[in-house]
Design a protein around this ligand. Structure first.
Ligand code: NOJ
Length: 566
């Protein structure tokens, strides 16, 4: 047994809290409805499918569920193009199905957060249809961002902005005007200078709050207000390499993002939410540095903001320590929790990112011909990354399938891709389909039990039988059982509301590639180096992401939790 000196001192960067706010320490599970579970048999997941699997989530031990959009939509961006904010798309079910889903979730003690997409509507929304019909200069057009084009005949776009999905951010309509869309041309941006837009979204918030939702994940929360005059942008991206504030380059930049005016909107919404008990707003804001992101979670704005700097940090101990410290300090300064996340429906799944030659790097999708991740190593590191994440104080988001250790589908046939980013970038970005493949529930059923007919809207790799839920339940050492155990231990030791004190170099351990901290009475050690490291005296193992070595050391790419005897 390799025993190190006991941990006697730590550098405290975050104190434990005894707040009763559920969201400050909640573990929230993202359901991507079209790929979670299909009850109707058409190969696309739906709300009754979600309801049928809520027991799984309760058993897993999460506190809440966040559902990606299920609203009426032509599905040009998988539902992030909303045509009716107050109705369910027939693909996913009905409002009654929604009511049943939320009632069951609440019975099981799970809270439910829904997605809100306020930056843009679908081009099939009645407002946009009316804007097209009413013509230039009309009040209907004023709800969107229509402009005349440049050049003698107005045939050039009003400015040089590019869509996030590639190509120009402007599309010209028949009468010659152009409209802005930061995403697909089927997602026209709303004009948040317009009072009716404010009024409409306050009403949409109330509609879902009255139906019992526990909160909203706010899409593109940093994009709704654009700089005055819509100035051209030279696309210059400020350098962040080696940043000591946790920045990784994940923040969107330019006159279309992170304008001061967005905060007015959240103050307005916070007042609406405060009329109800315990409801929350979480920002999807790709904003850096973390001190700037923290402005979204000031006491009178949102409750949480996803930490994308953390998600995009490489598998490197120094970088991880830096981003964790910067996150806790920035959020503590405004009294908000840090909100940790490793995967979602927009990024390559973390087991695959961590299996790349630059572990933790973030490609825009992976396909045949691209570097293929090392699946085994990636999973090993992903489990270690998850245990590190769940050991941190604050709230954490899990993306469906990560509890199974699911990798990205990295060999999906290009002809099947549905993400608009794939064709809008002229087939240079594979896009996000690889992280959206339907979940495997049963190893031996057609479609791995995703749907009663075996249909799946995207094909699943044949090897996914090994990741199926029923192949992992009750199996010692499976990823599913690791998540379950970690969520239980996290609750038992109150790590979510806990503290963080860095162990400044494990005493007697020469390896620098180690992240070690104490949260309340729990010591968390992640070994990112190549050699096993010893365990401090007096530390008693709670669990680890991979078995310790025979002589009790923490092997490479492994995180372990210990209790420290006081
Ligand atoms: C962020 C969402 O997560 C993503 O899936 C979507 O494509 C864009 N916002 C546009 O709504």
């Amino acid at each position: 047994m390799t025993t190190l000196d006991p941990v006697t001192t730590t550098t405290l960067v975050h104190r434990a809290s005894d707040s009763s706010d559920w969201w400050r320490h909640a573990v929230i599970y993202q359901v991507y409805p079209r790929s979670f579970a299909d009850a109707s048999g058409d190969g696309i997941g739906d709300l009754p499918g979600v309801t049928s699997k809520l027991d799984h989530l309760a058993r897993l031990g999460v506190d809440a569920v966040w559902l990606s959009p299920f609203y009426r939509s032509p599905q040009a961006d998988a539902g992030y193009d909303v045509a009716d904010y107050r109705d369910i798309d027939p693909l996913f079910g009905t409002l009654e199905d929604f009511d049943e889903m939320i009632a069951k979730a609440h019975r099981l003690g799970l809270r439910v957060i829904v997605d809100l997409v306020p930056n843009h509507t679908s081009d099939e929304h009645v407002w946009f249809q009316a804007a097209l019909a009413a013509g230039p200069g009309s009040p209907e057009r004023a709800r969107y961002i229509f402009r005349e084009g440049k050049g003698p005949d107005g045939s050039e776009p009003p400015n040089n902005w590019q869509s996030i999905f590639g190509g120009p951010a402007w599309t010209r309509v028949e009468d010659g005007e152009w409209y802005l869309h930061l995403f697909d041309s089927k997602q026209p941006d709303l004009n948040w200078e317009h009072p009716e837009v404010h009024e409409e979204f306050r009403s949409v918030l109330r509609f879902w709050l009255d139906r019992g939702v526990d909160g909203f994940r706010v899409d593109v929360a940093h994009g709704m207000v654009k700089a005055e005059g819509l100035p051209d942008w030279d696309g210059h991206v400020a350098m962040v390499e080696g940043a000591d504030d946790g920045s990784t380059g994940a923040g969107n930049q330019g006159p279309m993002f992170d304008q001061d005016g967005v905060h007015e909107i959240y103050r307005e919404w916070r007042k609406v939410l405060d009329e109800y008990d315990d409801r929350i707003l979480v920002a999807e804001a790709w904003v850096e540095p973390l001190s700037r992101l923290a402005r979204y979670v000031r006491p009178d704005e949102m409750h949480q903001a996803f930490n994308f700097s953390y998600l995009t940090t490489l598998w490197d101990a120094t970088a991880l320590r830096t981003v964790v410290t910067a996150s806790l300090e920035a959020n503590d300064a405004v009294g908000a929790p840090s909100t940790w996340v490793l995967s979602n429906h927009d990024v390559v799944r973390h087991p695959s990112r961590l299996g790349l030659s630059v572990p933790g790097s973030k490609p825009q999708g992976i396909g045949v011909g691209d570097e293929q991740p090392d699946e085994e190593l990636g999973l090993r590191r992903a489990r270690a990354a998850t245990l590190l994440t769940l050991g941190l104080p604050g709230s954490a988001y899990l993306y469906q399938g990560e509890e199974l250790g699911l990798p990205e589908h990295t060999t999906l046939d290009d002809s099947l891709r549905q993400d608009p980013a794939w064709w809008r970038t002229g087939h240079t970005e594979r896009g996000r389909d690889g992280c959206r493949v339907p979940l495997p529930w049963e190893a031996k059923s057609p479609g791995f039990g995703f749907s009663p007919t075996g249909k799946t809207w995207l094909p699943q790799p044949e090897t996914w039988d090994r990741y199926a839920l029923d192949a992992q339940v009750g199996v010692e050492g499976s990823t599913y059982e690791m998540y379950r155990e970690a969520l239980r231990a996290r609750r038992d030791h109150r790590l979510g509301s806990g503290s963080l004190g860095w162990v400044d170099g494990l005493p007697g351990c020469p390896d620098a590639n180690v992240v070690a901290f104490v949260n309340r009475e729990v010591l968390v050690v992640a070994n990112l180096g190549t050699d096993p490291i010893g365990v401090p005296a007096g530390a008693e193992l709670i669990m680890s992401s991979a078995p310790l070595t025979e002589d009790g050391a923490i092997p490479s790419d492994t995180t372990a939790w210990f209790t420290l005897s006081s």
